[in-house]
Every structure is written in structure tokens, then in C-alpha cells.
Design a protein. Structure first.
Length: 182
């Protein structure tokens, strides 16, 4: 599967806004089904030989915030980044600006871990910025307005979908075209 998604990314000049959104959403699901499928196979094989491995995905597309998305998506790697990159960095200085910077830097490292390229650096910076904006929103709201779950889900889903641009684009020019078309 994924031929339509790959065709869309290879022919970005021919895409309209709805096409770009369909490609982004499709690519997110393609990644999820490929990777969650592979890890489910490994978990099942491990259980056959008496080894119990934890689940690696927990319905990430139902996440209501960027933070919640990363608590549900590729949990083994997300938690590894949290425990071995973010926490040591964050504990070096207790000032809030430092901890916020450590959050963004951790996601940049996460991006570069996937592939050392400008696109993955930008993907990590984008994801770190989303997490930081969510953190700032939680801490600095003067009035605790109840945001309907549907709105929170929609904003999170859309923001994560836009992030796939950096993850899938073949170069910076293709990413620029997709960003402006979305």
C-alpha cells in the first residue's frame, strides 16, 4: 500500500490543498500501519517464546494534545528520548527557559536520529515547538476554558499531519511547496 500517497508526494506540483491534506493524513496512517504492524508481529513472536514485550503504539491518532500523541506513538523510542535525552538535559538547570530549550533540543535530536538531514532537523524542531506550545498553553492560561475534545483532537491531528511534510518530503523545495499548499 501507499502507492497513492507516494504518487502524491512525487507530484506535488499537481496537488491542490485537499490533495495535500489527503496525502499527509494518508502518509501518517501508512507509517502507523507499517510500523505498528511490524512491532505487533515482533510482540506476537516474542509471546510465542514466553517473552512479554510492551505495546509500542496506543491509538496515537486519538491523541488530544501533542504531548499525548508522543505518549502514544512509538512509545519505546519516545520514552527512551524522554528518559535518556530530555531528562538529563532538563536536570542540568532548573530554570524554565532551560527546560523548554531541552524539550525542543530533545526533539531535534529525535529528528536527527531518524536521519541526519535538514528535513529531519526541521521535523524535530517542529515537533519540539508543538510540545513547547502545548506546555506553555497549559501553564499560562489565565482562564481555564474547557476546549471540546473534538476541537483539541482536530487541532492535534492537523498539527501532527503537517509534521509529516518534513518526514516524507524528498527535499526542502518539496517541503516548501507542501507547506504552502496545506
Amino acid at each position: 500500500g501507499g502507492q497513492g500517497v507516494n504518487w502524491a508526494f512525487d507530484n506535488v506540483a499537481a496537488l491542490g490543498t485537499l490533495d495535500v491534506w489527503a496525502a499527509l493524513v494518508g502518509y501518517g496512517f501508512l507509517l502507523f500501519y507499517d510500523f505498528a504492524g511490524y512491532t505487533s508481529i515482533v510482540i506476537g513472536i516474542a509471546r510465542l517464546v514466553g517473552i512479554r514485550l510492551p505495546e509500542n503504539f496506543d491509538r496515537p491518532f486519538f491523541a488530544l494534545t501533542p504531548t499525548n500523541f508522543w505518549q502514544r506513538w512509538h512509545m519505546s523510542l519516545s520514552f527512551w528520548i524522554r528518559d535518556y535525552v530530555f531528562m538529563p538535559l532538563a536536570m542540568m538547570n532548573s530554570q524554565m527557559w532551560w527546560r523548554n530549550g531541552a524539550l525542543v533540543l530533545s526533539m531535534v535530536v529525535f529528528g536527527l536520529w531518524h536521519r541526519g538531514s535538514w528535513l529531519f532537523l526541521m521535523w524535530g524542531l517542529y515537533q519540539g515547538t508543538l510540545l513547547l506550545l502545548h506546555r506553555l498553553w497549559q501553564r499560562n492560561r489565565r482562564v481555564h476554558v474547557a476546549i471540546p475534545n473534538f476541537v483539541s483532537w482536530l487541532v492535534t491531528f492537523a498539527a501532527m499531519s503537517v509534521g509529516w511534510i518534513f518526514f516524507r518530503a524528498k527535499d526542502l523545495e518539496q517541503a516548501r511547496i507542501l507547506l504552502f499548499a496545506a
